[in-house]
Design a binder for this molecule. Structure first.
Ligand SMILES: [Zn+2]
Length: 201
């Protein structure tokens, strides 16, 4: 395998990137000066060295020095009685930008697939989170994308949570559909998110 092929293959593993785009990235990099390539290489090494997965919400962040948790989980000013379940790290970022929510998060990492594609949702991790923190919760907000897979996952989790014993005091709500059908949470603007949060049911 040539060096160009090797880097192309690595880029095709990126979400949403096909072989042709991957190849364009490689030739783009070849056209840049060495300074750009070095900065990029260092930036990749830096995130690997400094960004870790939070042991509570499972999002990737620069963790606290004392505990392996992120700034959101460590913030004592945030409500401990609300938990929002989202698919991706970028959904947390978008929700934080809206400023409409000040509870806890859990990042599921994936959705279930209606087409039977292998799914990597962190269901076991969610169960153990709820075992530890379920007692404190008054509400669990399912905030997955308004896509078919997102809605399928919402139904599945709502059912599982209702059966579960670790959250007997918490009600399960779903983000209001101010989000248009088919839209992913991370692309929703902050006012839409605020609206969807207000209209949860
Ligand atoms: Zn966290």
């Amino acid at each position: 395998m040539s060096e160009v092929d090797k880097l192309t293959e690595l880029f095709t593993r990126f979400p949403g990137i096909g072989p042709r785009q991957a190849r364009r990235f490689v030739f783009f990099l070849l056209r840049q000066d060495a300074g750009y390539r070095n900065t990029l290489t260092r930036a990749i090494q830096d995130i690997a060295a400094n960004i870790r997965q939070c042991s509570l919400c499972l999002r990737y962040a620069q963790l606290q020095a004392k505990e392996p948790i992120c700034d959101i989980c460590a913030n004592s000013g945030r409500s401990k009685s609300e938990l929002m379940i989202v698919e991706k790290d970028t959904d947390v970022e978008q929700m934080e930008k809206s400023g409409a929510y000040s509870g806890q998060y859990f990042v599921l990492g994936d959705t279930l697939s209606l087409t039977g594609k292998k799914s990597f949702i962190r269901e076991k991790e969610l169960a153990s989170y709820l075992k530890k923190h379920g007692d404190e919760l008054e509400e669990i907000i399912l905030a997955l994308s308004a896509t078919p897979d997102g809605e399928y996952t919402t139904e599945h989790l709502a059912l599982k949570l209702e059966e579960g014993t670790s959250i007997k005091n918490a009600k399960v709500t779903v983000l209001g559909r101010g989000l248009s059908t088919g839209s992913e949470l991370e692309y929703a603007d902050t006012r839409t998110l605020e609206h969807a949060l207000k209209n949860r049911a």
